[in-house]
Design a protein around this ligand. Structure first.
Ligand SMILES: Cc1cc2nc3c(=O)[nH]c(=O)nc-3n(C[C@H](O)[C@H](O)[C@H](O)COP(=O)(O)OP(=O)(O)OC[C@H]3O[C@@H](n4cnc5c(N)ncnc54)[C@H](O)[C@@H]3O)c2cc1C
Length: 618
């Protein structure tokens, strides 16, 4: 007999995105189950770059952003991308300006002016995905609203509302849980999409496979600590091409990503000892490495056709909705923003729509119309970033088509499998000898050095780490906010100088409310509060999400009238009075704290959604 239970929302998958969704639902007091098929989270790192917007979203859960930041290494260890022919011959940390020297081909410092103090109350972070997941789980374990069901595989049936069947690994235990909404955060290969009627994606990639080697090596940490430091080391060595991710220098934790070419190379040939040898070869010196795990993974680049099931009760978030090429660090960050967009909408729908209603509220449909175009933009951007990394290889003389031509040759020639494999390896080795040519003094190598110099001199020609325009400046075209006519005449409303990384905050309907610091009115020694923190602070007081009307230097009576005008469309609205004059005697909730540059709001009213998106302005 199956146990049959009831909850409001079931989230399938406790990866970073399922966990973020759960934590945000918890903030809004929504009862939910989080179902995870694994008995324990994966320890193999994937994502590591956490964008400013993701860190802002983590601020919605008290203490979470600080807990994540506390584990991250200092910026000096991850501010650069480094391009080199090996690690051992990299120049010393204090003798380099990033110009070619030793094995260094070029480097880019992505924080030439340090973290941005004016754009946000927080900034980017570098933390391996498994450490983030562990932290998210720790915070979720305090929730009275979340129930984590670990070791169960979930399947969805959309009849009579939503039913999720949970089956234990051995297939013996089964439960059924009935709910109003299902959120599938089951990753790119999770398999819940078809049960929501969401078609299978098509990927435009060339099916490139990588092998990911997770290892610990205090010796490599010691070696790197003396040399120019970076988050990613793109290594183009005559012994192979790979990307080393420096996850945690203090713990000696690294991942080496290598391209894999099946069927001529097999993932199971990468035993721990083979991997250790490869690590030595790409380092350029023996370092003892304890290989923890080895995993193949396949590139994916697609965005699902829609994010909501036909009946409106099922949603996909994170990698279940999109996959990007591994250039730019968009996957996890985009998923966190998906969860943030969806969680408050579910909470509002649960509160306002009758459980027995035939259709779901229009608010929920705006999840697809808002988030899907963002993913499409990031898909294009990750494709461009991926090409930028290939451009470095091309400048060195490495032909990305070589593997393809060798594959074709081996298929055409009737060779036994073993011989074919050897021919492939030999061909690839010959190709890699182009790297050694860089060391010569001949017209070809000089031409290649000139090409490399051009690539590294032009920030638009090499891979970026930070994308503030897309991360903080993303503006929804269509969704839960006032129409574009009002939205865009004054896209550059307010003030705020260019921060030097090509992004100026603006007040735009459908865009993120810019950050400015506020002090509680009348308090002498209060800690300043960011405008970004207001929606979650007030939602916590309410116990549910609520729209805010920020009344900046306007009379209370006018604020009341404006709120009344918007209530019909947006529901409950909480008014917040802000004065921009610190000397004001007129009562208010907050006074603007003017520190240096940064965004400064003007007199008027701003209606802000529970996720910090501007819905309407007056
Ligand atoms: C090498 C690499 C580097 C990356 N670097 C970055 C980066 O720097 N920044 C960034 O933003 N992104 C990065 N990404 C992308 C990032 O790793 C993913 O976007 C992220 O893992 C997506 O999280 P998710 O929770 O959506 O899915 P997943 O992490 O795949 O989690 C899905 C979970 O669902 C569970 N599950 C699946 N099916 C079921 C079921 N039926 N029942 C119950 N449970 C189920 C799985 O066990 C899993 O735990 C990188 C990816 C790779 C491969």
């Amino acid at each position: 007999m199956r146990e049959r239970q009831q909850t409001e929302v079931v989230i399938i998958g406790a990866g970073p995105i399922g966990l973020t969704t759960a934590l945000l639902l918890d903030q809004f007091g929504v009862d939910h189950w989080l179902v995870e098929q694994r008995n324990a989270p994966s320890r193999h790192p994937q994502a590591h770059f956490i964008s400013t917007r993701s860190m802002e979203i983590f601020r919605d859960v008290p203490g979470l952003e600080a807990a994540i930041r506390a584990q991250a290494p200092p910026l000096e260890q991850w501010r650069r991308y480094i391009y080199c022919t090996d690690l051992y011959h990299l120049p010393q940390v204090d003798t380099t300006d990033g110009a070619p020297k030793g094995s260094l081909l070029g480097a880019r410092d992505h924080f030439p002016n340090g973290p941005d103090q004016e754009l946000s109350a927080t900034w980017e972070c570098h933390l391996p995905q498994h450490a983030l997941v562990t932290t998210l789980r720790r915070f979720l374990s305090r929730s009275a609203k979340a129930r984590l069901m670990q070791g169960y595989r979930a399947a969805v049936t959309a009849t009579d509302g939503m039913t999720v069947t949970l089956t234990s690994e051995d297939g013996k235990a089964a439960r059924e849980v009935h709910c109003r909404y299902v959120v599938c955060a089951d990753g790119a290969h999770g398999g819940c999409r078809p049960s929501l009627g969401i078609p299978h994606h098509t990927s435009a990639t060339d099916e490139q496979v990588f092998i990911s080697i997770h290892f610990f090596s205090p010796e490599l940490s010691e070696l790197l600590a003396q040399r120019i430091l970076g988050m990613l080391y793109f290594i183009y060595s005559p012994a192979g091409v790979g990307v080393l991710v420096s996850h945690d220098l203090a713990a000696g934790e690294f991942v080496l990503q290598l391209p894999l070419f099946p069927p001529h190379q097999a993932a199971d040939a990468f035993s721990k000892s083979v991997c250790a040898e490869l690590i030595d070869r790409l380092t350029g010196a023996p370092v003892s490495a304890a290989v923890r795990s080895v995993r193949p993974w396949r590139l994916g680049a697609w965005v699902a056709a829609r994010y909501q099931s036909v009946d409106g009760r099922g949603f996909i978030v994170g990698d279940a909705a999109h996959e990007f090429l591994p250039a730019g660090g968009f996957g996890q960050n985009c998923g966190i923003a998906d969860a943030h967009n969806l969680a408050w909408k579910l909470a509002v729908a649960l509160k306002t729509a009758p459980a027995a209603a035939d259709s779901t509220p229009p608010l929920l449909a705006t999840y697809t119309s808002e988030r899907r175009p963002v993913a499409k933009t990031l898909l294009a951007l990750s494709g461009a970033g991926y090409q930028q990394t290939l451009a470095v290889a091309a400048a060195i003389g490495l032909d990305k088509q070589l593997a393809h031509w060798l594959d074709l040759l081996i298929r055409v020639l009737p060779l036994p499998a073993g011989l074919g494999r050897r021919l492939f390896t030999m061909g690839m080795r010959l190709g890699l000898r182009q790297v050694a040519l860089l060391g010569g003094r001949n017209p070809l190598s000089q031409m290649r050095w000139r090409r490399l110099a051009r690539l590294f001199a032009d920030p638009s020609a090499n891979l970026a780490m930070r994308y503030p325009r897309q991360d903080l400046g993303a503006v929804y075209d269509r969704g839960w906010f006032a129409s574009a006519a009002t939205a865009d005449a004054a896209a550059r409303d307010g003030t705020g100088g260019d921060t030097g990384i090509g992004f100026t905050p603006a007040l735009v309907n459908g865009g993120r409310l810019p950050h400015f610091w506020l002090l509680p009115w009348g308090a002498d020694r209060a800690t300043p509060l960011s405008s970004l923190d207001l929606p979650s602070l007030i939602a916590r007081r309410h116990g549910s999400p609520v729209h805010l009307l920020l009344m900046i230097d306007i009379a209370a009576k006018l604020g009341r009238r404006l709120a009344a005008l918007q209530r019909q469309q947006y529901g409950e609205i909480e008014r917040v009075a802000i004065r921009t004059d610190a000397e004001t005697t007129a009562p208010a909730d907050f006074v603007l704290q003017t520190t240096g540059g940064g965004y400064r709001p003007r007199q008027g009213a701003i209606l802000v959604r529970p996720d910090g998106v501007v819905a309407w302005r007056w």
